[in-house]
Design a protein. Structure first.
Length: 330
């Protein structure tokens, strides 16, 4: 804790020996996060952990904090209102400081969805901003060089999600390993890597993206599939809102598709559609299972549905949504 205070002093955010108390914030799986009330308003401090707070052994390079900071700065030049304001950074300590966004004005999208509040317009704005980020960075050699984070992305996304799941499902291992190879070799645009409702604040000027620790120049189909995966899983968590979640699924895809210009949209969609069932299965049997699926019946439903699509892939996201809707029907 002392090194965090000293970092704030070096940034000029607090006077020496006069730092207010650091309040730990909940929900940090991969980082320590604190809130501090400064004279100019509340700020949030984030420092990456070498070992993630999950039950499985999961270590990741702490320099991902630097790439998250770079992602925020890069996106801030594309869609300024889509990221928090950065106030300072200390690369040696692996931390940065950003403006704290009050939950009253910036509710978490996951909390809204948990309450059954699923607005297609909100999902469309998420898809629109994500599409703008992908389009603005597609084919940019400078961005590609700055985010050449293949090893980190493998360590915190491809291995714990897809390869760990392959070990749990030997019959599906070849299909899951193929997804890893395809994702790793399609270098198209800047990828956030953790576009999840828990990392999206719905602010007065639209969605704000958080937690870009997985930032990577790679396949933007991963971002789309990763977010859509959560909308499918929420149908099991909040069954009465499943129709609204699927409407959000459709709205997000439609809004994002309008920005695809770096390649043929059907080719992009096909990769996202093949990846989606792998990510579905990963959130049950990978290293980071979603915490809200506790019933074995729900887990088995995901396992069966994902396995069928991994064995007989579709190239259309709308078909996956339709099949999932049928799966959920009594």
């Amino acid at each position: 804790m002392n090194e965090v205070v000293r970092a704030l002093e070096r940034m000029g955010l607090v006077e020496a020996g006069r730092c207010p108390p650091l309040e730990p914030l909940p929900g940090g799986v991969s980082s320590d996060i604190w809130r501090v009330n400064l004279a100019g308003g509340a700020v949030c401090i984030k420092r990456a952990l070498p070992r993630l707070r999950v039950s499985a052994e999961w270590r990741a390079p702490v320099e991902r904090n630097r790439y998250e900071l770079e992602w925020i700065r890069c996106v801030g030049r594309i869609v300024p209102e889509a990221v928090p304001e950065i106030l300072g950074a200390d690369e040696a300590q692996g931390l940065f400081v950003m403006r704290y966004l009050e939950p009253e004005a910036y509710p978490l999208w996951k909390q809204q969805l948990a309450a059954g509040v699923a607005e297609p317009d909100t999902a469309a704005r998420v898809g629109e901003r994500l599409g703008r980020i992908h389009a603005a960075t597609a084919g940019d050699a400078q961005v590609a060089a700055r985010f050449a984070t293949d090893e980190t992305f493998f360590a915190i996304r491809l291995e714990p999600y897809l390869l760990a799941t392959a070990r749990a499902h030997p019959r599906l291992a070849a299909a899951l390993q193929s997804l890893v190879e395809t994702t790793a070799t399609h270098k198209r645009a800047l990828v956030h890597g953790d576009v999840s409702p828990k990392n999206l604040l719905i602010g007065p000027r639209g969605p704000v993206f958080l937690d870009a620790e997985c930032a990577w120049y790679g396949d933007p189909a991963f971002d789309l599939a990763f977010c859509l995966n959560h909308l499918l899983l929420k149908c099991l968590w909040v069954p009465h809102a499943s129709r609204a979640f699927l409407a959000c699924f459709e709205a997000l895809v439609s809004a994002h598709t309008r920005h695809i210009a770096w390649e043929a949209a059907p080719a992009f969609e096909a990769r996202a559609a093949r990846l989606l069932p792998g990510l579905l299965l990963a959130r049950v049997d990978g290293k980071s299972p979603v915490e809200y699926l506790t019933e074995e019946g729900d887990k088995n439903r995901v396992r069966g549905f994902a396995a069928r699509l991994l064995e007989r892939p579709t190239t259309r996201l709308a078909e996956i949504a339709s099949l999932w809707s049928s799966e959920l029907s009594p």
